[in-house]
Ligand binder design. Structure first.
Ligand code: MG
Ligand code: ZN
Length: 218
């Protein structure tokens, strides 16, 4: 019997992530790994964001889901190039899956690649996809306690989008607790408060992303 340890899997992932990073760099593509729980509003945020990225940045999307293509269909409806990955049970994307999906995108035509990871706050944190930026979406309906319960994913993120701000009055979510948690876990992280359905806070996030992307490609 051959036993493959988690360490070996992570080493293989790191090699694939580095290949992805090299390809993104060579093509001048800024890559973002979008993380969050199922139902946190990642796809709705993505749709709103894509509508606001009306500058010179050409976006592309990779959708990661265990099954189905409903999210990719939503992105396709916006006229944005998209590839759906079905992990067939795996609860996170890995760099090899992204490497395979990238083959179906015209990287040279893109400036920005947004990867929506499988909805999961646990093992998605451990898999580098070759991205330059990690953004975690945390909805007000999930609760501010997620920073205490899932520290690793917040520690590895450079931005937190507090989503579903329109629901805030109906929850006990306290945005100050997010700020407190981040002071320990990721003090440099940018925080955005967004209601994608009301299109509030989206323009600010889009401007920040565009600035980050152009700073990296200069
Ligand atoms: Mg989604
Ligand atoms: Zn997983």
């Amino acid at each position: 019997m051959k036993i493959v340890t988690a360490r070996k899997i992570l080493e293989a992932n790191e090699l694939a992530a580095q290949r992805n990073r090299n390809r993104f760099h060579a093509a001048g593509v800024f890559c973002i790994n979008l993380l969050g729980s199922p139902g946190s509003g990642k796809t709705t945020l993505l749709e709103a964001l894509l509508r606001h990225l009306d500058g010179p940045l050409a976006p592309g999307v990779i959708e990661g889901d265990i099954a189905g293509s409903v999210d990719a269909e939503r992105i396709e409806a916006l006229g944005v190039p998209v590839v759906q990955i079905n992990t067939q049970g795996a609860c996170h994307l890995d760099a090899g899956m992204v490497e395979a999906a990238v083959a179906d995108l015209h990287l040279q035509r893109l400036d920005l690649l947004l990867i929506e990871n499988v909805g999961n706050l646990v093992c998605t944190a451990g898999f580098d996809l070759g991205e330059q930026l990690r953004i975690i979406v945390l909805s007000t309906s999930e609760g501010h306690d997620k920073l205490i319960k899932y520290p690793a994913i917040f520690r590895g993120s450079q931005a937190v989008v507090v989503s579903k701000m329109d629901l805030l009055p109906h929850t006990d979510f306290d945005p100050r607790r997010v700020a407190e948690g981040l002071r320990v876990l990721s003090p440099e992280a940018a925080v955005f408060h967004v209601s994608a359905v009301r299109e509030e806070g989206v323009a600010e996030l889009a401007r920040w992303l565009a600035a980050r992307a152009s700073a990296r490609s200069d």
